[in-house]
Design a protein around this ligand. Structure first.
Ligand code: UP6
Length: 259
């Protein structure tokens, strides 16, 4: 996985959104995912417009938006189409299958209706994946499973991480990839490693977040797509900051496949 260009990995992917994502990454030459963690609809729309040209994924926590409406999602869908990126809800499902089925498709957010990608914990086992699979149909939805976290003092241990990778292997048609911090599955070019906790010149925050540089996550830690939040959202010019992260991450990727 680590030495293959994104474009060559499309054929290994079994999930359609993984294929779509790999194509977007190659076409736009960006392996940057924005963590669009803002709490007002207008700010989210503005951010998506500024950063859209530079990202492959726009990751939301839709439940932090104070003035949420379906109108917001129509805006985001349009922007995603204009700039060719994928909407990705970082819901981190962690309940029994039946409850996840409801959380995925019902309630005010109706996540399955607009997010082509979601995150899920592996904590409660396969029922979660069966629930998502049942409600979405296989054609156009993908899941990132969380196998490690960037948070300090996390209770996730090696056994949990291994078990998560086992789940990934059992659902190759549904799983787009794994959220993790180290290169865990180098033998699977059809799976994407998504790595959050990325910022330049900052080590962490006061709530346990731990950051690594763009170069280190791609070259040492095996990231295929890097998640950057506050490094972009809190910059004076988010568009310019995103462009800078895009360049740093893409250069690191070029070095990785060439070495
Ligand atoms: N995220 C992490 N670490 C994980 C999993 N997910 O930081 O292990 C998510 C957070 C946030 C984003 O929920 O949306 O990635 C990181 O944002 P930041 O760059 O502002 O710290």
């Amino acid at each position: 996985r680590l030495k293959l260009p994104y474009s060559k990995r499309v054929e290994y992917a079994e999930n359609p959104i993984t294929k779509k994502l790999l194509k977007i990454i190659s076409d736009k030459q960006t392996n940057l995912c924005l963590a669009a963690d803002v709490t007002k609809s207008a700010d989210l729309i503005k951010l998506a417009e500024q950063v859209g040209p530079h990202i492959c994924l726009l990751k939301t926590h839709i439940d932090i938006v104070e003035d949420f409406s379906m109108e917001l999602l129509n805006h985001l869908k349009n922007i995603a189409q204009t700039y060719n990126f994928i909407l990705f809800e970082d819901r981190k499902f962690a309940d029994i299958g039946k409850t996840v089925e409801h959380q995925y498709s019902k309630g005010i957010y109706k996540i399955s209706s607009w997010a082509e990608l979601v995150t899920s914990h592996s904590l409660t086992g396969k029922g979660v994946l069966d629930a998502i699979k049942q409600s979405s149909g296989l054609e156009n939805r993908g899941v990132f499973l969380l196998a490690q976290t960037s948070a300090a003092g996390s209770l996730i241990d090696e056994k949990y991480t291994k078990g998560t990778l086992q789940m990934m292997s059992e659902y190759p048609d549904l799983i787009t990839g794994i959220v993790c911090q180290t290169p865990l599955f180098t033998d699977k070019p059809g799976m994407i490693q998504l790595t959050p906790g990325v910022q330049v010149n900052v080590a962490g925050d006061n709530l346990g977040q731990q950051y690594n540089s763009p170069e280190s996550v791609v070259l040492e830690r095996g990231a295929d797509v890097a998640v950057v939040g506050r490094g972009i959202t809190q910059a004076s010019e988010p568009g310019a900051a995103a462009e800078n992260y895009k360049k740093l991450l893409w250069d690191a990727y070029l070095r990785r496949i060439e070495v």
